[in-house]
Structure formats: C-alpha cells, structure tokens
Design a protein around this ligand. Structure first.
Ligand code: ATP
Ligand code: MG
Ligand code: MG
Ligand code: MG
Length: 563
C-alpha cells in the first residue's frame, strides 16, 4: 500500500517537547514516531512502528542466518526461577514485581536466562540436541532509576535476546563467535557507527563479554577509543572487581564521629591535622552517599587532594550509625566523579591486585593506580581496582594517544558459562553416556534503543535522516500544489509502489508546499520526490534528504532512477 498522509494518523510538531534533552527524543516525538504514555513507557505510532519493524527484520534475518531459532517467551513470569538464581533479590528496585489474585508473586521479565534454561532443560536431553541458539524479540521491563532520552532508556522496551546452549567450552566459543559476527552484520546493515569494546576487564578472568557501542553525545557510556588502531574499551571495564582478601585479612573499619559542620576545613580541624595532611581511617559522604572508606593501616587519603576535588559542602563525615550494619560497604575508592570530565586524580590508593594488567597500564607501578568511579553500582563486599584513563594516555596496543567519548550501548554479548545451568541442573547426556553440564551464552540487542541510536547518529538540524532500508519509506512523494500536482504525485506513487518501492505520499489538501517540505525533512525519508511547479510538463524534482542535492527531471527518468 502507498502510505497516504491524507489518511494517516500523523501529527507533526514544530516545537521540541519541554522535557526532551536529546536529539532522538525531540525528533522522534516531533515527527510523530512515538508518543510518551508514561515515564519511560512509549507508544509506537505508525511511522515509528515501521522503523522498529525494519530494525527487527534485520535482526531476525541475521539471527536466522546463524541458525538461531525464534521463540516467544512470556513477559509475565513466575517468581520461583528468579528466586532460584538469586535474581529476584539481586535485581532490587529494577524489577517490576506483581501479585496475582491468589497472592502469588510474579515479575515482568527484565531478561530471560532463567526461563530459557528451563525451556532447554525440558526440550534437550542429549549432546546430540546441541548446540542450540534460541532468540526472541520481545518487550522487556526494567524499572530504571532514570528513564530518560525517550526510547533510549525505557522502562518498557524491545530487546532481541538470544541464548546459546553448548555441551562444551569450544561450542560456547563458537556460538559466541557466531553472535559477534551476526551483530557486526546487523549494525552494519542498520547503518550504525559502532565500536566493539570489552565489557569486563581481564581481572575478571575467563568469561568473555563485549559490548557494541554507538558513539553519540547522548550516550550514557564513556569509552576510550584509539584513533590509530582498533583498540576500544568501555570505561566500565576499567573498574574491575578483584577477589577480596581472605576474611582474616579484612582490616577492621574504624568509624569516626561527625563534626558539627562537615567541611574539609572542619574535617581537618576535627582530626587535628593540617588540611594538607595525609590521613587514614576516613569515611566520607558525597551527595548523601558514602563514597570513601578509609581502612586503618591499609591506605591513605590525601586531604589536600580531597579538598581540591570536592567542594567542601559536598563532603560530610559518616557517623557510626551510618555505618552500623553495613560492613558490606565498598572500600577503597572515592567518587563519584564525572567520567565525561577530563581530569581525575586519585584520592585514595585503590587496592591493586598484584599482577593485574590494566588496559591503560596506569597502575603498572603496582601502587598508584589512578582512580575513577563510573556511577556503576558496586556489589556487596567487592574490592575494586580503579584506574582512570585520560585523553592522550597511550593506547595499550599501539601507544597512540587515546580519545574519550560518549556512546550508547546497543548490544551486549556474554559468555555466561554454567551459572544458570548449575542453578537448574541443566545436563545433557554426553558422548560417553555420562551427563554433562551445559554451558551458555546470552546476547542482547536493544531493538527500540537502536532506533533512537540511529536517530542520534543520523539526524541533522532539519530533522530525522534515516538510512535507506530503515526509513519508514524509500521515497517521500510531495504533492506541492493543486489538483494537477496531486494527480501526478499519486500516479508516480502507484508506479513506484508497483515496482516494489515503499512510498509515503503527502497528498494532504489545504496544506501549503512549505509545510509539506518542512515535514518531509523532519520525517527523514532518504529520497524526496516533488510534483510541483512543472508537474504540467511531467517534470518532477528529486531531492536527496541527506545532502540536500536536488535535480529536476522528467517523471519517467525519475521513476527509472528510483526503481
Ligand atoms: P545499560 O547499561 O544501558 O543499562 P544494560 O547493560 O543494563 O544496559 P543489558 O542487560 O546488557 O543492558 O541488555 C541488552 C541490551 O538491551 C543493551 O545492550 C541495550 O541495548 C538494551 N537495553 C538495556 N536496557 C534498556 C532500556 N532501559 N531501554 C532500552 N534498551 C535497553
Ligand atoms: Mg542497565
Ligand atoms: Mg550496560
Ligand atoms: Mg549490558
């Protein structure tokens, strides 16, 4: 069907929505692609749904190409499997929990490892049934603390999630490789500029995990990028978790009483040291969060540096009550600092595991790692190695000065190993007739987020500007005039449609050509065909939405060009 704007439910807006900060949020709303229903919850309007479908189709084709089998699991899930893996608790406030009429607990799925594991346990019994790659494109629910940027971070969103099941480690490595290649093809076909970065540091050991990041100012991830070679890493990977020391070595935490007016100066006074002193045993609150904990004999906090970095008013000593019952607090780091900023300096020596190799080499002296905290939540009783990368720091691969940028996480591939198989005793009968534990991978693409990421990367000051194939139409035909123009526009549209070209035609009566041109640019279909001034002679104008290049030519030539 030719999409006729005269019959479409489409209202474009001239002004940005008041609450929108990012380009994709502004433009997707203004161009009538999406409509906010509630915080982080979006309605996909006709044009938006088309783009979402186009992205889904590419994802589906490439998943099928690696042998993925599409399924559809429920979004409404029973609590028990998530309790079995501990995630019912671990997810905390991120999980949407609900009860049925009998009082039984349910959740809205944030991701589906548990249910896929149980599905395969039910369906596969022998190593001959493996490998299996299952995927779905489905609505996910996460009660994000800060739903923002429109569909970039929704509380309800579309994800392609897939899960691989293999009988051995080599199989998992192969399933992971297949996904990595499929993702590369998907993001290339979508026309996204992206980087593959390691998502965990080597300090985690073993299991591979990589993220696909789309560089964009609106992104919430910070990554380091080498302009000269293929090296790139998420700064989240720079902060790694290291094994905690044995309990006996846990130094006792000493709690200080609070001075009345908690500033750097009163802190120093309270401790009876000069403001430039090097201190031990320090607990600090920044913006209400306990962010630094000094441990006796273990590390030192340079007060002078602390004062330099944090506005005095932000610093508050922690009372014994604050700390009571919280032996789980992370020790050995100070934050938060804005990763987007340039300079980070260490405030405390983080615990550096001997032999840990860092992507920046910043802690190569084994002592003074520089320190950064990415806002990421740290888990209970984890010890952290923290390193900062500054622009210009040498690339660990080739030595060129690194760049630091912002990006959107559009995909994530992860070798899970046997964590979920262990939780549910997922075994298959092995070659030798004995049960073997299955090993798994999980792989996600933010399908709805990819739409926003594309909008971020491709839009210009006039509006959206979709890559071919992803746009809601291939050609936007504009009837710029009266009956004659409309007649020609519809005729051209029908011919294009008959030739398999997806057409959107602006045949609205009583709308000025100026408004139609502005709307065409806002909607972002790659090619605009105008039946205007010279329609009577059978001449139309072809315009490239991206470059703005325009050309007048006879209808037949235009048709030949577009079909
Ligand atoms: P983020 O770091 O942005 O919160 P995540 O690491 O929590 O994402 P994953 O659990 O890896 O996300 O989920 C797989 C993919 O789903 C992500 O790579 C991302 O593209 C997408 N995604 C995750 N959360 C959201 C969200 N709230 N809205 C839209 N897409 C999302
Ligand atoms: Mg998240
Ligand atoms: Mg992430
Ligand atoms: Mg992720």
């Amino acid at each position: 069907m030719v999409q006729r704007m005269s019959r479409m439910m489409l209202k474009t807006l001239r002004d940005d929505p008041a609450d929108a900060e990012t380009t994709s949020h502004k433009l997707l709303v203004r161009a009538g692609y999406v409509r906010r229903t509630s915080a982080g919850i979006w309605t996909w309007l006709p044009l938006g749904k088309k783009v979402l479908e186009n992205v889904s189709r590419v994802v589906r084709e490439e998943m099928d190409a690696i042998g993925g089998q599409e399924v559809l699991l429920p979004a409404l899930l029973p609590k028990e499997p998530y309790e079995a893996t501990g995630r019912w608790e671990e997810y905390g406030d991120l999980l949407f929990r609900l009860k049925d009429r009998k009082g039984a607990d349910y959740l809205l799925g944030p991701t589906h490892e548990e249910i896929f594991t149980l599905t395969v346990k039910d369906q596969c019994t022998s190593y001959k049934d493996l490998p299996v790659i299952l995927y779905q494109i489905q609505t996910k629910y996460r009660d994000e603390a800060r739903p923002r940027s429109g569909v970039l971070r929704g509380r309800e969103f579309q994800m392609k999630d897939s899960y691989s099941f293999d009988a051995d480690d080599e199989g998992l490595a192969e399933s992971y490789r297949l996904h990595r290649e499929a993702y590369t093809r998907i993001f290339e076909r979508l026309g996204l500029d992206y980087r593959i970065v390691s998502a965990v540091s080597g300090a985690m050991g073993g299991s591979a995990s990589e993220e696909f990041l789309a560089p964009a100012g609106a992104g919430e991830d910070t990554f380091v990028d080498c302009p000269a070679c293929d090296y790139a890493a998420n700064t989240e990977a720079v902060t790694a978790v290291v094994e905690p020391p044995a309990p006996a070595e846990h130094p006792a935490v000493e709690v200080l009483d609070t001075p009345d007016t908690p500033t750097i100066e009163t802190l120093a006074e309270f401790l009876d040291v000069p403001a430039s002193a090097t201190l031990k045993n320090l607990l600090v609150k920044v913006d209400g969060e306990i962010t630094a904990v000094g441990v006796p004999g273990d590390r030192e906090v340079d007060l002078g540096k602390l004062g330099e970095h944090l506005a005095p008013a932000e610093v508050e000593l922690v009372t014994a009550e604050d700390f009571a019952g919280r032996p789980d607090l992370v020790r050995g780091y100070v934050g938060p600092q804005d990763l987007a900023g340039k300079s980070f300096r260490y405030l405390a020596d983080p615990r550096v595991a001997p032999g840990t190799s860092w992507i920046t080499g910043a802690n190569q002296d084994g002592k003074h790692a520089r320190n950064v905290v990415c806002g990421r939540d740290f888990e209970v009783d984890q010890y952290l190695d923290v390193v900062v990368v500054e622009p210009g720091d040498p690339c660990p691969k080739c030595g060129t000065g690194l760049e630091i940028g912002r990006a959107i996480e559009i995909g994530h591939i992860f070798q899970l190993g046997r964590k979920y198989a262990d939780a549910f005793q997922l075994d298959v009968l092995g070659r030798e007739g004995k049960p073997v534990r299955v090993t798994m991978g999980s792989y996600g693409i933010g399908v709805s987020r990819a739409v926003a990421a594309l909008a971020e990367q491709t839009a210009d000051d006039k509006g959206l500007c979709w890559p071919a194939g992803i746009a809601p139409a291939d050609v936007h035909v504009v009837a710029a005039g009266k009956a004659k123009q409309t007649e020609l526009a519809l005729e051209v549209s029908d011919k294009l449609h008959a030739a398999g070209v997806r057409v959107l035609v602006d045949d609205r009566a009583g709308v000025s050509p100026g408004v139609k041109f502005t709307d065409a640019e806002l909607l972002g279909v790659p090619t605009i065909l105008v039946a205007g001034r010279r329609a009577g002679e059978g001449v139309v104008e072809l315009k490239d939405r991206r470059t703005g290049e325009r050309e007048e030519l006879p209808v037949d030539e235009a048709l030949a060009r577009l079909t």
